[in-house]
Design a binder for this molecule. Sequence first.
Ligand code: XLS
Ligand code: NI
Ligand code: NI
Length: 438
Amino acid sequence: MAVFPEVAKIKYEGTSSANPLVFRYYNETEVIEGKTMREHLRFSVAFWHTLRGSGADPFGPGTMYRPWEGADTVDNAINRVKVFFEFCEKLGAPFYCFHDRDIAPEGKTLAESNKNLDAVVKVFKEEQDRTGITLLWGTANLFGNPRYMHGAATSCNADAFAYAAAQVKKALECTMFLGGQGYTFWGGREGYQCIWNTDMKREVEHLAKFMHMAVDYAKEIGFKGQFYFEPKPKEPTKHQYDFDCAACINFLRAYDLDKYVKMNIETNHATLATHSVEHEIDYAGSQGFLGSIDANAGDMLLGWDTDQFPTDVYMTSKIMYYLLKHGGFTTGGLNFDAKVRRESFEPVDLFYAHIGGMDAFALGLKIAVEMRKTGELEKLLKERYASWDSGIGAEIEAGKADFKSLEKYMFEKGEAAPNVSGRQELLENIVNRYMFKS
Ligand code: XLS
Ligand code: NI
Ligand code: NI
């Protein structure tokens, strides 16, 4: 029996439609720059928010009306998988992501937890085979259980590290069994609250050791998926070691992990780090570390990870512009790490939320492609750096200059050439022209 009887398969109807349960922009088979929209955007549904988000906040319990829910048993977990696949099928999302503990109840022992996981993962596989929907990336919840109060890989308690290692081992096996294209590390509590009780050097080294163990085990079992590291500057800890892309990439390079791990960039985490998401994408992309995106949005007036659905087309256009600039996705995708508001408690709200996010990205893709096609922005950007294309600039870039030759050059010239305008306002006006056609 259908769990969402009032919702049929979400179709593309175009911009003339006012039906809230259709796509107005996301036309999965439409070809843009040689790829279908489906291939460009690689949408993924996050199991933890969409099926496990209860709406609880620090001031009150969950509010979500989920008629299919029951006790925290394996049977109910299996039923949830079927609900999930009905949802993804109706939505037309090709991928999904999960944490080990979202999909199956934690047992009293590790062995029992693994047994529960096996029973549920088996049903995921059946549903994947039935629908063609597949796993974008898997991950392990290394932050919820109280054993991880001091962190997992960075815990002061060596047993917490050992437990986390066993958990990730199993999560990698499950991810591989499901044909997952990646595996994500997010430092749930890999950071600290108080410097007086923290041996930072030791903790960071342990984190590197942990990731190396994961990489080694992946090689051993033949898991070919891409590893991702997901930056977040704070929450739950005050200082997270995975602060932003720059901090993560420095860590990966310092500990010889750069060959194996790329970035999974989340919008709301970027803004918590006082960056924009496009800054993080361009930074990671230009360093060769762009992997995947956790698509969501924060709230300008709130200082925490609100994980809202992205509907701001200005933002999605920028994301798509910089994503295309760096060649688009290979293994990654747009994973909606986003939750409906506590007040949006009906099941149908899950559809409105995802449809809105998918349409915002589809429109963003179209706008970004237009901006790239005319090359108007690119041309102004290139002009700004023209002094590097010939003469002394080209010599410096080619490694043919040094301090002495540059001093000689300036002695002869006397003064630097005049600067050119940054044209910020002009550029922003041009962007608005692409954004708003009427
Ligand atoms: C939490 C993170 C988390 C990761 C996966 O803030 O975004 O959901 O994406 O562990
Ligand atoms: Ni995330
Ligand atoms: Ni988040």
